[in-house]
Design a protein around this ligand. Sequence first.
Ligand code: ADP
Ligand code: MG
Length: 726
Amino acid sequence: MQLPNISDSIQFLPGVGPKRAASFAKVGIKNVEDLLYFFPSKYLDRTRILTVSRVTQLVINGYDGEVTIVGEVIEKEVIQNRKRQIFKVRFKDSSGFFECVWFSGIKYFKTLFNENEHYAISAKPVLTRYGHLQFTHPDFDKFTDDESNDFINTGKIIPFYSIPKELRTKNIGDIGLRKIILAAVEKYSGLVEETLPHELIAKHSLLNCNSAIKNIHFPETTELLNKAKERYKYEELFYIELLVALRKYNFLKKTNGIQFKIHQKIIKQFLDTLPFELTNDQLKVLSEIKNDMISAKPMNRLLQGDVGSGKTIVALISILIAISNGYQTVFMAPTEILANQHFENIKKLLQNFDFDIEQLIGGTKKSEKRKIIEKIKNNECNILIGTHALIEENVDFENLGLVVIDEQHRFGVAHRGKLIRKGISPDVLIMTATPIPRTLTMTVYGDLDLSLIKELPKNRIPVKTVLRGENSLPKIYKFIIDKQKEGYQTFIVYPLVEESEKMELKAAEVYYEKLKQSELKELKIGLLHGRMTWREKDETMQRFNNKEFDVLISTTVIEVGIDIPNANIMVINDAERFGLSQLHQLRGRIGRGTKQAYCILVTKNELAKKTNSFNFNFEYLSRAQIEYHKSKIRLNAMVKYGSGFQLSEVDLKLRGPGDIFGKMQSGFPQLKFADLTTDQELLINAKQDAFNIIEQDIKLGNPANKAIRRKLKNFYKDNLNYATIG
Ligand code: ADP
Ligand code: MG
């Protein structure tokens, strides 16, 4: 007789057989190992069960999510309703009655439910017009007498699998599948191959693979379930960090960077032209950049600094290092208006030097463009400034040494690669003011070295942020008018009404006309919106900067980067419609001068109440209630926190990691177990462990790393295109 093996077909497990095995194979479960790694999607835990009266109350309060309830069958009937059949089962629990209804599969369900049997029902509850609690096509789970006793008395935890349709239609239901998996666990869980190095299991006191498999399916206790979950979380993060580390070290291995020399004199000469001293953080970051630039490995650095923290100067000094070594540099911005602002700014800052600085954006004339591209090819242009799109498509550098990418968050990391390929392997500095929560920097951006500017220049006065209801608008207009007399200028921002530029234009324009003719008619008002060409936008900004307007009405086009030191009031209308990072970016436009700046968030009256404590528990709330609470937290977080880093943590809690993670980089493995909002600690450990291993054994040839090799090849095949293992 053959010994049991984890790669056995599941056909011989009790309750399977060849036909069902074929159905399992269709959903990717081909052998016992696949089945053992088909984990429950949730668990039924005694502490989570609600009573009829509690659920009724929740529904009345507007809750529209799922609940779990346990009841005893009291009767069942098939109702003929016109052409349609409805199957209905009535249940009771200690506090009342509820019913479940089915519109299909009636023949099957009819025989399933019998009087006095106990079921756990999980579904969205509704109240019928007769006031009955009702569930339609619920998930359900039958308890045998034993089970129900166990379950009620000892708090046994029961796994729920989300069963693929393919299997459901073959009559493999919750109970059946649970039995099949139980048989597999009993016979095979001792044979599962370990996927983590033993050293790490010991170091973090993790469950080993055998015990973890057992407890993830049929937990003996809540503690053991949590330990099992923790192990898989750690494992998942560990493998993600392995991919990150492989990407980083393979990149470093393959490419030779430029070893720049630092020409102190030029840098000093430049610093002497500045009207201010660099902050300590700016100096610290500069020394990190310098170290990268003089070393033989290519720089691959992410510079994170809050809005207004002075990243541009840091970038410019890096640029000076590169061009004083005879290399070309490129500075890319996400929008034309921002590129243009950098261009003008950098030209001015370097006016005492003899460097060729060019600009390439959508508005550049064709003939001009050709000339610039020619210059770049011939190494006559030292600094090229422009938008990502244009530079990536059109430009070939003769001698590219440094790439600076501003406000990277607007672009996928993939864009990076495109440009890097244009040079031999230029150093890369990516700058972002969108604070990225730490967990994300360690994953999505984990292959970059990180520099942080935390302090703002000393002369800054923190922006005063307030929350106001719409009925305060008259007061706000009066405030703007009064402050104008003190020399203040004001931004008034409107959100996109819809996701279309046409509507955007309309909203801003309508308010522009209205305010100009009534509330703010004594002031000079300008208008800025997304449909203007960059030249029109730029001209409007210039005029605002020259104080030709007191007030600039704008859509969110002013969001990123723009610098107008004298505009120190910002009114953001319908502020609840903006995301946190967007609000923070907008607010970053003010508070750059020497006056006290004001950010006024205007929202619906009922949302304008101030609160200091945030409750992130949205359990048992309706979707509308959740939206309301989230808006409230966002707005109040803006009032409470000035720092983008604090706001980014709030944002992560509100939006959940999936949303942020997904936007930043697709193609990254999806997280199934770990949650980047709550598992920071695990992530930090996993990263350290993974990087240690790759630093010592990049080919993973060491016998101790055999398990890792095997798992990477089996489970992360698709993600390995980031990296290669030997
Ligand atoms: P960001 O980091 O948002 O890109 P900027 O680089 O645009 O910020 O800098 C914002 C403003 O702060 C600019 O006007 C810049 O000249 C000024 N600045 C930069 N560094 C300092 C400093 N050390 N002290 C005072 N002002 C500074
Ligand atoms: Mg900037």
